[in-house]
Write a protein that binds this ligand. Structure first.
Ligand code: FRU
Length: 588
């Protein structure tokens, strides 16, 4: 298969084999000294090896840094870089906590002026954001400033599995291509840097400067508390506030993921914070002193598990303001594992009052859209409410079959409130910027499906990034649908059941599934019976995002085919249906 050509190649150039002057052992720890000559120390990782805490301390300063690494024991899966430029010419001591004798990983640490790896591994998405290397989960601090969309994200710079939570950072001018920037926030004495948000302080309420970008995040140490950091150079560098935390822990274990925005009604900053299985709202005039406003959630929505990553924002529906509250929860999603529920209602500046709707309502019925929130500070002239989620699921996120990086985000989506004929819902649809990625658009004549119809070649050159748009008219078909297929008999199936009212996706035979026994599980979404279903499907290497009827139903699904799927098969178990307005194009 073509993709096997993309075998991971780790090229380590200009390696000065390790300059270990000495190995020492004291109590439960061993340590090694390195005379730093190069820019990086490259550390060998083996994902199944236990985590070892490595403390790096330079000879002539008291400054030290610590991080956890799955330090290789039996084999080296890949390497991670530790930037040691600031210690050049110094003696750096690495202490390996808990190691009583050297292991493969501690012995093989190397110095190098370059860290090179195969960026374009097989499942690297092309038009979705993924970290350059290392692990990513929740999008954090999404904020627009002066033409740039800032995306921060839960990031592990020392491996492709969860750990060392920091805020990675990237910027984009079009929400589809991103520029990586240095890590914005790293763990400190208060703990790791968990999820949170960022605001632009237009009126200098916090005193860090007019238009300062202020990040509000959870310090996750012995307890979870909220802290702030500010940037006066458009997010390029951050300083942590000296009196952190600004919102100490009141004795609640799960007390995290602050989403802050300016509230006009009450003339203050409002924070939505996940507090165990509720959202607590806090108010502040300076982002430093916070008072509790109200608490929402008891007895409403899904309480299958802990609530995380809330987001509260206003939207306009039929000329009136409605407020939406997003709440992620894990596990307990409609199809298992992680998922995001939402509430629609009113917010008076202090209290959220939900409309009477059939909760729980789910933002996305797929298994792979979690912890998503919306951008702050989108200009009024744009007016969109733009959302991005983490395209994975805690059920299996750490085992996804990629190597140097793990996880991507969903496409940026515009959220709107619509009525689905029964009640209000929050619909999501890819932002219009995605349209500029379309290449070689081919329109096909409409077709009629009686049992089966196969389009044997979707695209002349299929590199796994494409879009299909079409309108399906069920006519008298009841159980019908379509699938993507490849010559390896792998298939990703999209089923409509107009009898019981379900839309489902089946990825059991979609390629690699056995990396986790919960990955192949199916997913269902309620389907309101209609005369036609407008379908838009975006595929990017290992993900499929389907939007039915302009986002009335959205389902995000990862899949890992061993060959790109270039066949489209329509099927009907009963009756016939037609497909119209078929457009297929490469994306990118
Ligand atoms: C959600 C979450 C957040 C937390 C972060 C830690 O996926 O559990 O609640 O802040 O991940 O990485």
């Amino acid at each position: 298969m073509k993709n096997t050509l993309f075998l991971i190649i780790m090229v380590l150039i200009s390696i000065n084999m390790s300059c270990t002057s000495q190995k020492k052992s004291s109590g439960n720890n061993i340590s090694s000294d390195y005379q730093i000559k190069s820019s990086y120390l490259l550390i060998p990782v083996e994902e199944k090896a236990p985590e070892v805490k490595i403390i790096a301390a330079a000879s002539d300063t008291t400054h030290q840094t610590a991080f956890d690494v799955h330090l290789a024991v039996d084999q080296i899966d890949y390497w991670v870089p530790v930037d040691v430029k600031k210690w050049k010419t110094q003696l750096l001591t690495l202490t390996f906590q808990g190691l009583t004798k050297p292991v493969l990983g501690s012995k093989e640490i190397k110095q190098s002026d370059k860290f090179e790896f195969e960026y374009n591994e097989t499942y690297r998405p092309q038009f979705h954001f993924s970290p350059e290397y290392g692990w990513m989960n929740d999008p954090n601090g999404m904020v627009y400033l002066d033409g740039e969309y800032h995306l921060f994200y839960q990031y592990n710079p020392y491996g492709s599995m969860w750990g060392n939570m920091s805020w990675g950072h990237a910027v984009s001018t079009d929400l589809t291509s991103w520029t990586y920037l240095p890590v914005a926030l790293r763990p400190d004495s208060l703990g790791e840097i968990f999820s949170g948000s960022a605001v632009i302080d237009k009126d200098n309420t916090a005193g860090f400067g007019k238009d300062a970008m202020i990040a509000i995040f959870t310090s996750a140490g012995k307890v979870q508390a909220q802290s702030i950091a500010y940037s006066t150079d458009k997010g390029r560098t951050f300083s942590k506030y000296a009196q952190n935390p600004v919102l100490p822990n009141p004795g609640i274990t799960d007390f995290r993921d602050p989403k802050v925005s300016w509230n006009e009604q009450s003339g203050q900053w409002v924070m939505a914070l996940a507090t165990k299985q509720t959202v607590t709202f806090f108010g502040s005039h300076n982002l430093k002193n916070w008072t509790k406003l109200s608490e929402f959630g008891e007895g409403i929505g899904s309480h299958a598990a802990v609530w995380e990553c809330p987001d509260l924002f206003p939207m306009t529906y039929q000329g009136k303001t409605k407020w939406v509250l997003l709440v992620s929860l894990n596990p307990g999603g409609p199809n298992g594992g992680s998922a995001t529920q939402y509430f629609i209602g009113d917010f008076d500046g202090k209290t959220f009052t939900p409309d009477a709707l059939p909760y729980p309502l789910w933002l996305d019925y797929g298994r792979d859209n979690y912890a998503g929130v919306t951008f702050n500070n989108i200009p009024q002239s744009d007016g969109r409410r733009i959302f991005m989620g983490w395209m994975s699921n805690w059920d299996y996120a750490n085992q996804i079959p990629s190597k140097h990086f793990r996880s991507a985000n969903t496409t940026a989506r515009e959220l709107t409130i619509v009525n689905n004929g029964k009640h209000l819902i929050l619909s999501s649809y890819p932002v219009k910027e995605i349209n500029k990625l379309k290449r070689e658009i081919s329109e096909m004549p409409g077709l009629h499906v009686n049992k089966e119809y196969v389009i044997t070649e979707l695209l002349k050159k299929n590199e796994g990034c494409f879009e299909i748009e079409m309108t399906i008219r069920p006519e008298n078909a009841r159980i019908f649908g379509f699938s993507l297929n490849n010559a390896k008999n792998e298939t990703l199936k999209f089923n409509f059941d107009n009898t019981t009212g379900f839309f489902s996706i089946d990825r059991k035979q979609s390629g690699l599934t056995d990396f986790n026994d919960r990955f192949a599980m199916g997913m269902n979404a309620p389907l309101i019976k209609r005369d036609s279903y407008k379908v838009r499907l975006l595929v990017d290497k290992a993900s499929a995002e389907i939007f039915i009827n302009d986002g009335e139903i959205t389902s995000t699904t990862l899949f890992f085919p061993s060959e790109w799927m270039n066949q489209l098969r329509f099927f009907s178990q009963t009756g016939t249906f037609s497909v119209e307005n078929i457009k297929i194009n490469n994306l990118k």
